[in-house]
Design a protein around this ligand. Sequence first.
Ligand code: SF4
Length: 97
Amino acid sequence: MAIRVMDTPELLSLNKFNVDEKEPHIRLDKSKCRSCQDRPCLVVCPAGLYRLDQEGEINFDHAGCLECGTCRVMCNNKGIQSWNYPRATFGVHYRLG
Ligand code: SF4
């Protein structure tokens, strides 16, 4: 039996998300993000949820978060104001373990 190797976007697309629109589980302090020189969040998030907008500001949406906690650990400028797991029944549901 041949094993098919799946690429990252394909693997991520298998996950199911129940997004909590009322209470984002990650909140940013945009003023601290603005003053951050390194901006590690742009490269460490495996889901690529941190992006730069046209004005060069950090743009983030918690939908699609894999709850790995990497951004929380790597944020050295305290731009992540709060990081919690989503409320019960919300968040990612992994389909391949
Ligand atoms: S917890 Fe992980 S997947 Fe979620 S935003 Fe942070 S780095 Fe990205």
